[in-house]
Design a protein around this ligand. Sequence first.
Ligand SMILES: *Cc1c(COP(=O)(O)O)cnc(C)c1O
Length: 476
Amino acid sequence: MTELAPAHPLAPAWLQVPADPAALDPVVFTSQYARDDTGCVTVDSVPVTEIAARHGSPSYVVSERTFRDRARGFREAFEAALNPLGVELEVYYASKALLNTAVARWATEEGLNIDTASGGELAVALAAGVAPGRIALHGNNKSAEELDRALEVGVGRIVVDSLAEIELVARLARERGTRAPVMIRVTPGVHASTHEFIATAHEDQKFGLSLNPVQEGEDSPALVAVAACVDASDALDLRGLHCHIGSQIFAAEGFGQAAERVFALRETVAERWDVTLPEIDLGGGHGVAYTAADSPREVAAIATDLAPLLTSVLESSDLPTPHLSFEPGRFIAGPSGCTVYTVGTVKTVTVSPGVQRRYVSVDGGMSDNARPVLYDADYTAVLANRVSEETPVLSRVVGKHCESGDIVVKDVYLPGDVTAGDLLVVPVTGAYCWSLSSNYNWLPRPGIVAVAPDGDTREIVRRESVSDLLARDTGV
Ligand SMILES: *Cc1c(COP(=O)(O)O)cnc(C)c1O
């Protein structure tokens, strides 16, 4: 063992000086990554130098095998844990994490359904050939056009989010002479992220209908919504209740607590209207590791932990066991993708006497990954085209935009000789990076390169060109 260098005074406590700077930490570099004989990082055996040479830089790179494995793995883990309780379940891929026709096909071929949250996402899922019955439509402010299109194609469920929307869907369904399958989005007063959850009595957010009455003794907004759906049962087929408690969740307790509250509403509905709601959706939010600071539990462990919590909820009810559904987005797409960047300028600045920070600029930035700016999200990076014996230096990987907050990786140790022309790989950019990308500073958006299990690479979404940038400029 070599002696570890002391940590840099500007480094966060969780960041260790790497003992082996070439190592690919398995916490974030999942099984698609390795280094080849030359030291180049590979994605499913394809060197990233080849990917950059063929498809350009920066590029988003998605491992089809990993995406499929995670989609199927999630479904199988939850089936293995919950089917023995007599619970049948479905998994909806929350497509806002990453959507194009290829990934929609991968998800459905692995037995998942597709969640959409706008007319645009619905259109892409349909273009992928997803059976409409396997598509759900979400959103707190769906337009009449979006809802009517959903009814026209016959989506499997519309998750309604307000009384006004219930009326609107009922009217549109009557006009079409159909019955709309709906679920009611409720806010169970549970907020979860990472290892913790907070249970509150009241909700202050735009989504859903509260389980708590506004005034004591009144019906809750959720119950009022159920009543509205029951009243409109000529036009609405009320399938059940839906909740989504947060994102980047590492533990089962929040889901268990939400289930308890949502199942209690299902009991009330049965007592009041003699209606047994057949479905409960517990939403998504299953977390992933972005850096060595994160330690998410295996999805199988979350499913296993949830089983006893659900058992007690199910045992306290005489109603038939409902069909359950879950909606992972980030869990499936996040670790499946990375971004390959090329290094440009490298600059060392003095922060205080004797304390320096090295800025490594890459050919993208906040336009292809807005999460550091939006959420203060942490990522990591490695030198990808070669290995280096040079001492690791605390570095900040930044983009090329006109903002000092344009940070890709806040803190990472990279070899001392990182220089213009080197490639960096930032892992776990598969979710909410392409989806949130922009043309800020008129940067063309990178393409999405899929690496097929056989090592074939292709752009499933092509890189934008200058003509794309100008395409909607009418010139008048
Ligand atoms: C965003 C969202 C999801 C997916 O969240 P992840 O954190 O990506 O798993 C699932 N359901 C609903 C309703 C959402 O809004």
